[in-house]
Design a protein around this ligand. Structure first.
Ligand code: PMP
Length: 428
């Protein structure tokens, strides 16, 4: 098939198909290598969305390829039985997870791990605590339980009766119209007021850094303040690190930046180089009793399959062998400086924010009024793709997340493309 035939087939058969922006750019990806993707015609693209924040050590890392190919010859799936691959994935995670998260259960998608966390919470919760809480603009997946934790103004309905506790600290668009630090963290205080006024909340589900919501990075005090009040009120802390685990923000878990210790953690994307693999990690008391006590109780058909476990163990091994996290601070600074310099030169940028290798550019038509400019974001995304850099578009926000081990020269090359495409986005 050529590109046109692919698009024609997808348009006819796929519901709802890929985005118009991507289709108009005419790109069909055929192959990946390191920080690059290649289309059917062989043109190279820098992948600044890392698949979908999955390729932390790049596409088709040779070490991951070798180990997965070997596993392919040995064993693909088996149920209720021990495998070497799964034991290796356990060991690899154990080297990186906080010490008190001693137990893991394996699934295939982020949402599946979130559902498992919901089950774990309810299994442990006393009868009077039968509600879950979450923050606005957090994203936790599209299965029914996960969806019940998603509170967005558009796009996701929520009929669960779970609680919205207020906003994560979105300093660019502060819902309380305050400025940091003179605000004295009113947003965290508001969340805490809700927490202490309700006796029925079993757990707070939260992304330490909200990803799909537009890379919202709270100030350092935000999570410690909320964690303290959750502890005082017997509310479990359930960190959704589906996007951030595996080093995307510069430490293995984003919670580590804030010095908080969650009771349960969901992890996925960046752990396994794109193979379907997700994890619920937790404290012994939560993970080895109730819902999860029996053998096979936390399993699913493909959860913990040897192929995905091998991909995960190999990816984490690469992270260690190549000291990827050790090199990230400098790389992150380079990307941040580049993006902030662009923000000074292009008024179409309202805000640049992020940490590690997870950044967002927010597009506005008027800086003073912070008027969201969806068209400008779309133009930027499409022009970047046409110019050989793939990013991640969502409304008026473009997310930037290259592989964590991207070469400095590739970072610089993308920044040059961004500069030219921002000029086009601003001029339209
Ligand atoms: N939680 C977070 C924080 C996510 O970013 C996502 C996916 N974007 C999910 C959960 C759901 O993961 P999946 O699409 O694999 O079900």
């Amino acid at each position: 098939m050529n590109s046109e035939q692919v698009f024609a087939t997808e348009q006819q058969l796929l519901s709802p198909g890929i985005s118009e922006e991507s289709r108009l750019a005419g790109v069909v990806f055929a192959r990946g290598s390191g920080s690059y993707l290649f289309d059917l015609e062989g043109k190279a693209y820098l992948d600044f969305a890392s698949g979908i924040f999955t390729q932390n050590v790049g596409h088709n890392h040779p070490e991951v390829v070798t180990q997965v190919k070997q596993q392919l010859d040995e064993l693909w799936n088996v149920h209720d039985a021990s495998t070497v691959a799964r034991a290796r994935a356990c060991q690899a995670l154990n080297r990186h997870l906080p010490q008190d998260l001693t137990r893991v259960a394996f699934f295939t998608t982020g949402a599946e791990a979130v559902e498992a966390a919901i089950r774990a919470v309810f299994a442990a919760a006393p009868p009077e605590k039968q509600r879950l809480a979450a923050l606005r603009y957090g994203f936790h997946g599209k299965t029914q339980g996960a969806r019940s934790l998603v509170h967005w103004d558009v796009g996701y309905s929520n009929q669960s009766g779970n609680s919205v506790l207020g906003y994560a600290a979105n300093c660019y668009r502060c819902p309380l119209e305050r400025s940091y630090p003179s605000c004295e963290m009113q947003c965290a205080k508001l969340v805490n007021k809700h927490i202490s006024s309700k006796a029925n909340i079993a757990a707070l589900f939260f992304e330490p850094v909200q990803g799909a919501g537009g890379v919202i990075v709270p100030p350092p005090e935000y999570w410690p303040m909320i964690a303290e009040v959750c502890r005082e009120n017997g509310i479990l802390l359930v960190a959704d690190e589906v996007i951030s685990a595996g080093g995307r923000t510069g430490s293995f878990l984003a919670c580590q930046h804030y010095g908080i210790e969650p009771d349960l953690v969901m992890a996925a994307k960046g752990l396994s180089s794109g193979f379907p693999f997700s994890v619920l990690a937790g404290r012994e008391a939560l993970m080895a009793s109730g819902e999860f006590a029996g053998a096979g109780a936390a399993s699913s058909t493909y959860g913990g399959n040897p192929m995905s476990c091998t991909a995960a163990a190999a990816t984490l091994q690469v992270l260690e062998n190549e000291q990827v996290l050790e090199g990230m601070e400098e790389k992150s600074r380079r990307l941040e400086l580049g993006l902030r310099t662009l923000a000074m030169e292009h008024p179409v940028i309202g805000d640049v924010r992020g940490m590690g290798m997870l950044w967002a550019i927010e597009f506005v038509s008027c800086r003073k009024h912070k008027t969201p400019d969806i068209d400008a974001a779309r133009t930027f995304y499409q022009q970047c793709l046409l110019s050989g850099v793939r990013t991640c578009l969502g409304g008026n926000i473009v997310r930037i997340g290259p592989p964590l081990n991207i070469a400095d020269a590739d970072l610089d090359a993308a920044l040059v493309v961004f500069d030219a495409c921002l000029a086009k986005a601003g001029a339209k």
